[in-house]
Design a protein around this ligand. Structure first.
Ligand code: FAD
Length: 285
């Protein structure tokens, strides 16, 4: 089923996982999927490592497993910066052959080891191109704290509007730690006449190194309340794990009480984390 259709009828619950690089990690994926499927999510999205067809194959293999073994709708992430039209057509054919209906269309990031191809400069180019040839439901990424390359919020919102005008029917957000940032972002979307569902992405943070990495990659601001928790518990692994879980759960509960379109949980393929969060919201979603 198309995610746009799901979002028309209900508030969605979804998860993100990534394809394991090593065969030894495959068992972990099944453990994670067992936990996640128990909560009957509306979809599970599978990330895409840009550059090279083996990355694409791993994403598609995992998406097939989600669809056929677990009976859950997969969303396949697809980046475009390193592919030309012919390669994108090839991916689209494979997705169609496997009955995959939902694509999170992304630009991806430049890589020093893989040359950019010049057919697609932005995710909106990918959506326009694929939409003219296929019948997928397209999702797009959005950034409550602005995409790091954007010169200002206004330019970022204009580009987001282009993405929606090109055919993105649902937006999935970058992670954030401050719900107020997300609520203000939704207001900006509506002012910019972006009226598609915007699903907040939430990540349970379980160790200090991960927090630092996320802040540097995603430029997510850390509210004082959360900063105090990190400072207090950063040297006590188990305590920080508990505190990170509780913070994430309280973020989710606040979002759910504020009429948002759904929850998208970044699981990091960690069945313990996923299990703990799922248990905490079992009767709420
Ligand atoms: P775009 O929408 O192209 O935006 C990139 C920049 O260009 C922004 O500054 C934007 O404002 C600007 N822009 C957009 N459209 C236009 C336009 N038409 N004209 C001029 N400027 C424009 N990366 C991966 O490699 N694999 C993944 O699986 C993956 N999954 C992700 C999932 C989510 C939910 C999110 C939020 C990000 C994900 N990313 C992934 C990271 C993503 O590839 C990077 O954030 C990348 O830098 C931007 O991708 P985008 O699709 O948002 O780009």
């Amino acid at each position: 089923m198309k995610v746009s259709q799901v979002c028309r009828n209900k508030r969605s619950l979804s998860f993100e996982i990534y394809p394991p690089k090593k065969d030894s990690e495959l068992r972990n994926i099944d453990a994670t999927l067992e936990v996640l499927s128990d909560l009957k999510p509306d979809f599970i999205s599978v990330t895409f490592g840009a550059g090279g067809s083996s990355n694409c194959n791993r994403t598609i293999e995992l998406a097939k497993k989600i669809k056929f073994k677990y009976g859950i709708e997969p969303v396949v992430h697809l980046t475009c910066l390193h592919y030309d039209r012919r390669e994108i057509d090839g991916f689209a054919e494979v997705l169609k052959a496997e009955g995959i209906e939902n694509v999170l269309a992304l630009r991806g990031d430049a890589r020093p080891d893989v040359p950019d191809k010049n057919d697609f400069r932005h995710s909106s180019d990918l959506i326009s191109y694929m939409k003219s040839r296929n019948d997928f439901c397209f999702l797009g990424a959005c950034y409550p704290e602005c995409h790091p390359e954007s010169s200002c919020v206004i330019s970022d919102m204009k580009c987001l509007r282009k993405k929606v005008d090109a055919g993105a029917e649902v937006l999935l957000s970058q992670l954030f730690f401050d719900n107020e940032v997300f609520y203000r972002f939704i207001d900006k979307c509506r002012i910019a006449d972006i009226n598609v569902p915007v699903i907040p992405g939430v990540m349970p943070v379980i160790n200090a190194a991960q927090i630092k990495r996320m802040v540097s990659i995603c430029h997510a601001s850390v509210p004082l309340k959360f900063q105090k928790i990190i400072t207090r518990y950063e040297d006590r692994k188990d305590a920080l794990f508990d505190a990170g879980m509780s913070y994430c759960l309280s973020q989710i509960i606040d979002l759910l009480t504020n009429n948002i379109s759904g929850i998208h949980l970044y699981t990091m393929n960690n069945p313990v984390v996923a299990g703990r969060i799922c248990e905490g919201i079992r009767n709420i979603v």
